[in-house]
Design a protein around this ligand. Structure first.
Ligand SMILES: Cc1cc2nc3c(=O)[nH]c(=O)nc-3n(C[C@H](O)[C@H](O)[C@H](O)COP(=O)(O)O)c2cc1C
Length: 362
């Protein structure tokens, strides 16, 4: 079994990872993010995920641009991989392929991309760009990924699509990673899953229940098998580790009872509209409750809330379901990242060794 990997959401958007007025020791600034990435690298995290957000919205007033910040974080770190989220439609894939090749050189092979197809109509109309219908956004994202791959691997790339045209374009230097930097992608809709099966390396999931994850992973695996491909799977979970389960649950209750109700409801309406416009109306967040949306990627649902022992057990369960990577978010970034590295990551490893011994001795 391959080793489980860990990622954390970079809080490059103000307001933290929960839309709550409960005080959070989490800051969006560059200086703070420099401290968090160094703490995460030290703690044993493999990836940092930088969000893309351009406009103030739903409790997030300030945002640092993902790729620019990734380049700065790359220059102060040595091991951690930096995943920059990108919106096709706001970037040309040729320009972005060049940026990521540059980041791969700055970081010596630690660049990765998360291609997001978007829910935030206001960002597109605000920048004067057309807002495409749901499945059309995925068609464009798929072309975007195909162009990235062409430019990263071909001497001279040519691509004739409905959204992008590339005419004998060279890209030098090629990225350090071969064949290409990893491409991540999320989304619950059928269009998202089909696109993942065809062109992505990693499939990101919002927080979910055991059954929810199982269903999603099975569906994408089946679609990928039809394409003769295999993917890796990443699950999101908000982490609250405390000495007792009661303490951890009481922190969750505090986060939810202090929720910024107006912001959570506004976000809920925006994302549900985006998901409802998918063909099967099964887009991400379509079943999310008010409480789920307080962590805007349904992170509470995953159940990484309790003692270190309980959280480690749940992580092992997620791995057994097929997760290759756990994407984490925290309330008090610096302290919680350190705690996770000290208490949870080694405990998971210890438990896995124990489990393997038990399997061998049976
Ligand atoms: C792990 C993860 C990270 C995401 N990051 C961003 C982001 O940084 N910016 C953004 O606008 N959307 C982000 N999204 C949302 C996607 O753009 C998309 O709206 C969402 O996956 C819904 O897709 P669906 O309608 O196919 O279910 C993210 C989704 C996931 C699962």
């Amino acid at each position: 079994m391959s080793e489980l990997k860990y990622a954390y959401w970079v809080p490059n958007v103000s307001g933290g990872l929960v839309v709550s007025k409960l005080p959070q020791e989490t800051d969006w600034s560059f200086e703070a993010n420099k401290r968090y990435v160094l703490a995460a690298e030290d703690a044993g995290f493999d990836f940092a995920l930088l969000q893309t957000r351009f406009f103030a919205s739903y409790g997030a007033e300030y945002q640092l641009e993902a790729a620019t910040l990734a380049a700065a974080l790359a220059s102060v770190t040595k091991k951690i991989n930096l995943i920059s989220a990108v919106h096709p439609g706001l970037w040309h894939p040729g320009v972005y392929a060049k940026m990521m090749a540059t980041l791969d050189h700055i970081s010596n092979g630690r660049a990765a991309v998360n291609v997001v197809s978007g829910w935030f109509k206001g960002e597109f109309t605000g920048y004067g760009e057309p807002w495409l219908e749901h499945d059309e956004r995925y068609r464009r994202s798929e072309e975007f990924i195909r162009v990235l791959r062409e430019l990263w691997t071909e001497e001279e790339a040519t691509f004739k699509g409905d959204f992008y045209r590339i005419n004998g374009a060279p890209l030098k230097p090629k990225p350090v990673q071969k064949p290409t930097p990893p491409i991540f992608q999320g989304g619950n809709s059928r269009a998202a899953k089909e696109m993942a099966a065809r062109v992505s390396d990693w499939y990101f999931m919002n927080g979910n229940t055991t059954d929810g994850f199982k269903k999603q992973i099975e569906e994408v695996k089946e679609l990928a098998a039809k394409e003769g491909r295999t993917l890796q799977y990443a699950v999101n979970g908000f982490v609250i580790v405390r000495d007792t389960e009661e303490e951890a649950v009481s922190v969750l209750r505090d986060i939810v009872s202090h929720a910024d109700v107006e912001a959570v409801k506004g976000f809920g309406e925006a994302v549900k509209q985006a998901g409802a416009s998918s063909k099967g109306k099964e887009g991400m967040w379509s079943n999310s409750t008010f409480e789920d949306l307080v962590q805007y990627n349904d992170g509470f649902k995953t159940g990484l809330i309790g003692t270190a022992e309980q959280v480690a057990d749940r992580i092992i369960e997620l791995k057994q379901l097929g997760a290759d990577l756990i994407l984490t978010g925290f309330l008090h970034y610096e302290k919680d990242i350190k705690d996770f590295g000290e208490k949870v990551i080694p405990l998971v490893k210890q438990k896995e060794v124990q489990l393997q011994k038990e399997v061998i001795s049976v």
